[in-house]
Design a protein around this ligand. Structure first.
Ligand SMILES: [Zn+2]
Ligand SMILES: [Zn+2]
Length: 123
């Protein structure tokens, strides 16, 4: 089945519901509850088998359409690590735009902040 078609199935709708029940109905990056999408943290298991239809809830992450779009813009299909939303939120807290926070969240923060005015910020 095509992925696009899959997103219209009852099975997916239930998966979506499960994800929202487990994570809450807010974007994991910016906390909005508007335009929530469900991002697949990964599409394949450790043996490289597709997990579509059997996605564990922990791999389904609520993101608003804006953050979701930015994630894919900067990171494509890269698998999102567990601490990434924490990093994004931290970086927003110290004054970065959502766009920058998401863009830089996979870099080593020490490298990223080296030489910047936030140099003293402790991670
Ligand atoms: Zn968001
Ligand atoms: Zn996604």
């Amino acid at each position: 089945m095509l992925y696009k078609k899959y997103l219209f199935t009852t099975h997916w709708k239930n998966k979506r519901k499960e994800a929202i029940q487990s994570w809450g109905n807010r974007c994991r990056f910016c906390f909005t509850d508007l335009n929530i999408n469900i991002h697949h943290k990964r599409y394949r298991d450790r043996l490289d088998k597709s997990i579509l239809f059997n996605e564990p809830t922990k791999y389904l992450i609520p993101l608003c359409s804006k953050c979701h779009g930015l994630w894919h813009k900067y990171h494509g299909k890269r698998i999102m690590g567990g601490g990434e939303w924490k990093k994004v939120r931290k970086w927003i807290k110290v004054g970065h735009t959502l766009d920058n926070a998401i863009r830089f969240c996979v870099f080593n923060p020490k490298e990223f902040f080296n030489g910047s005015k936030l140099k003293g910020y402790k991670y």
